[in-house]
Ligand binder design. Structure first.
Ligand code: RB5
Length: 149
């Protein structure tokens, strides 16, 4: 599993802290930028991260912007991406267990570093439960497949 991470300027500081935290835990991290606090466009970064996530079924992505919202809106338009914007650990766990989310979105202006690290840990440690949830995730995937873009 590769962990692909990216942010715009609004999420840059939190991204850097998360990378430090995740490297200490031994994760294989691919940092898709941004690499400076200068202003940039979150859709560009979201596209890069989502493309890399889709390269392998086991890959996961983390996207950070000021609110986490722009990133999640973009990511959820990419075919095959199920992005979850989380501000609490319960949602983070459940969105992996039930929705099989493959991208987690966070907002640096919303969520403090300590809680953001807990949210990321909870999400990464949880597993998709399948069963009755598989059918529902299949419905989401079917919608993706029916799109003509
Ligand atoms: C950047 O100012 C800000 O709009 C962005 O980081 C994000 O919050 C967008 O949703």
């Amino acid at each position: 599993m590769k962990l692909i991470i990216g942010s715009d300027h609004g999420g840059f500081n939190l991204k850097e802290k998360l990378i430090e935290h995740l490297k200490l835990k031994g994760y294989d991290i691919d940092d898709e930028g941004t690499y400076t606090p200068d202003s940039c466009d979150y859709p560009v970064i979201a596209q890069k991260v989502c493309s890399k996530v889709l390269e392998n079924n086991s890959n996961l992505g983390i996207l950070v912007c000021g609110t986490g919202l722009g990133m999640s809106i973009y990511a959820n338009k990419v075919k095959g991406i199920r992005a979850a914007h989380c501000t609490d650990t319960f949602s983070a766990r459940l969105t992996k267990q039930h929705n099989n989310s493959n991208v987690l979105c966070l907002g640096e202006r919303i969520t403090g570093v300590g809680l953001a690290m807990d949210i990321v840990d909870e999400w990464l440690n949880a597993s998709f439960e399948g069963g009755r949830h598989q059918k529902r995730v299949d419905m989401i995937n079917k919608l993706d497949m029916e799109r003509n873009d």
